[in-house]
Design a protein around this ligand. Structure first.
Ligand code: ZN
Ligand code: ZN
Length: 280
């Protein structure tokens, strides 16, 4: 069963990715939240081009990725989880929750350390907020995140199935919670107790620094509430708020070549420890 699942890994990833992408794109057409000013063709071509580039760079840079390392760890009996006599399902659940917490913490770190913020702010520099924004990460951020994930997988001894489930879910929820969709207020209120919703994550894409530096969760919404980084709504409202960061506000900045060199351009302002503009 486990072997079959892992043999199907590339197809599983690709089909979940494509179905969620198409599903969200259709949902955005049917029930959009905000009116988009920038032609979709420019942003989508460049954002999706970046996904292809990221995938190639990631595959070429690492001899082994997270699921592969988890298989190796299982084989050799590595990891903290092996010290406890846990049932398999509980090991899977604990691994998924710990991985999600680590992703939350590294997201906070990418906002707090100026050099890392230079890489991560490219995700925030998108001038609109839709399903493709959720896929827009600088290749170096992708590589660093993989290093962190590999370290956690080896230290935990996370089961390979847990790592695969986590990565597939995270990919799907990232597209869901960046989608330009309007959920009924009541549905959003209930849903954001179990998963990060588009309205919750949109706050994180506000141009206002205190809002940019809140709602770091990508998947489970609990970490923001527990650790004091939760902000319910944008001050200007979802229709009135401005998406993006102060720098890089021209349509030319949305092109792939400009995205790649963004970390080298201008000051590293706007991060979590940049207190100059940190006013309510
Ligand atoms: Zn962020
Ligand atoms: Zn985001």
């Amino acid at each position: 069963m486990v072997e079959t699942l892992l043999a199907q890994e590339p197809m599983l990833r690709l089909s979940v990715f494509l179905s969620v992408l198409v599903g969200m794109a259709l949902w955005e057409l049917a029930a959009p939240c905000r009116r988009q000013e920038i032609p979709r063709v420019i942003r989508w071509t460049n954002n999706l081009g970046l996904v292809v580039l990221d995938t190639i760079i990631l595959r070429l840079s690492f001899p082994i990725l997270a699921v592969g390392l988890a298989l190796m760890a299982e084989d050799r009996g590595w990891g903290l989880l092996t010290l406890f006599d846990l049932p398999f399902w509980l090991m899977v659940l604990v691994s998924i929750i710990v991985l999600d917490l680590v992703i939350y913490l590294s997201h906070v770190m990418f906002h707090a350390v100026p050099a890392l913020w230079r890489l991560h702010r490219m995700h925030h520099a998108d001038l609109e907020f839709d399903v493709t924004t959720g896929l827009r990460f600088h290749p170096i951020e992708i590589l660093l995140s993989m290093v962190i994930k590999l370290a956690v997988v080896a230290a935990l001894g996370a089961p390979a199935v847990a790592v695969l489930i986590f990565e597939v879910i995270l990919n799907a929820t990232a597209m869901f919670n960046h989608a330009n969709i309007r959920l009924p207020k009541g549905v959003d209120r209930v849903l954001r107790w179990i998963i990060v919703t588009p309205d919750m994550h949109r706050v994180h894409h506000s141009v206002v620094p205190v809002e940019t530096n809140s709602n770091f969760g990508f998947n489970l919404p609990w970490w923001d509430r527990l650790l004091g980084t939760y902000r319910a709504q944008p001050k200007a409202g979802h229709d009135g708020m401005t998406i993006g960061i102060e720098q890089f506000r021209t349509p030319r900045d949305l092109w792939l070549d400009r995205m790649l060199i963004q970390p080298l351009r201008g000051p590293a302002s706007g991060g979590a420890l940049d207190s100059k503009k940190d006013t309510e």
